[in-house]
Design a protein around this ligand. Structure first.
Ligand SMILES: Nc1ncnc2c1ncn2[C@@H]1O[C@H](COP(=O)(O)OP(=O)(O)O)[C@@H](O)[C@H]1O
Ligand SMILES: [Mg+2]
Length: 187
C-alpha cells in the first residue's frame, strides 16, 4: 500500500527515528527484509531492538499489506509485551494519519482508515499459548490448566507442603527453616 521509501521517510519525519540505510544500515536491513525472510538479531541493550521489531510489524502492515490479524509479536515479560503493543498502536496511528494526509495515498485512504492495528496478537509466550490452548480445545475436553497466582500457590504450599503428613511437627524440617529464616514456622 505504501512504498518502502515513503515508509522510512515518514518514520523519520513523524516519529523521529532514522532507519534510512545511510544512517542505520543494520536497522534498515532488518526492517526492510521481505516478510518471508527469517531474521535472527543479536544486539545489546539500548541498541534499537524494540524499535526494529515495532517498525518491522508496521512495515509488514503498511508496505507488505499483511493483515494485522496474522501478525503475532511476543516477548518474555508482561510489561515488555504491553509496551510493545502500545508502541505498535501509537506509532501505527501516527503513521496512518501522515499517509492519509499525503495526496499520493488519496486512492487508498479508505483502506488506510480501516486498518485495525488492534488485531495484532501480542502477549508473553505463556499467555499466548494459554489463550490458544483454550481457543482450540476440542469440545468436551477439559480447559487448559491455568497458572496459579501468588495467593493460591502459597495456600497450597502451606496446606500440602507444610501441614501435609504433619510435616510442621518434624524437628529436622523445623531446624532447617530456623536456619533459613531465623525463626520457626509462622515466626
Ligand atoms: N533509528 C533510530 N533513530 C533514533 N532513535 C532511535 C533509533 N533506534 C533506536 N532509537 C532510540 O534509542 C533508544 C533505545 O532503543 P530501543 O529500541 O528501546 O533499544 P533496545 O530495545 O535494543 O533496548 C530509544 O530511546 C529509541 O527511541
Ligand atoms: Mg527493548
Amino acid at each position: 500500500m505504501i512504498t518502502w521509501n515513503d515508509f522510512q521517510n515518514t518514520v523519520f519525519t513523524q516519529l523521529g527515528r532514522d532507519i534510512r540505510r545511510q544512517s542505520n544500515p543494520d536497522q534498515n536491513a532488518a526492517i526492510q527484509a521481505p516478510p518471508n525472510h527469517s531474521l535472527f538479531i543479536v544486539s545489546g541493550p539500548g541498541s534499537g531492538k524494540t524499535t526494529v521489531i515495532t517498525l518491522r510489524v508496521l512495515k509488514l502492515i503498511f508496505v507488505d499489506d499483511i493483515n494485522p490479524l496474522n501478525i503475532l509479536v511476543t516477548t518474555f515479560t508482561r510489561k515488555a509485551a504491553a509496551e510493545l503493543r502500545s508502541r505498535v498502536l501509537g506509532w501505527g496511528d501516527q503513521l496512518r494519519r501522515a499517509f492519509i494526509n499525503n495526496s499520493s495515498y488519496y486512492p487508498v485512504r479508505n483502506q488506510l482508515q480501516r486498518l485495525d492495528f488492534n488485531r495484532i496478537i501480542t502477549g508473553t509466550l505463556d499467555s499466548i499459548s494459554e489463550e490458544k490452548l483454550g481457543e482450540y480445545r476440542a469440545p468436551g475436553t477439559p480447559p487448559p490448566p491455568v497458572v496459579i497466582e501468588d495467593f493460591v500457590s502459597n495456600a497450597l504450599m502451606i496446606r500440602v507442603g507444610l501441614f501435609g503428613h504433619g510435616r510442621h511437627n518434624n524437628p529436622v524440617l523445623r531446624d532447617y527453616i530456623i536456619q533459613l529464616s531465623g525463626s520457626a514456622f509462622g515466626g
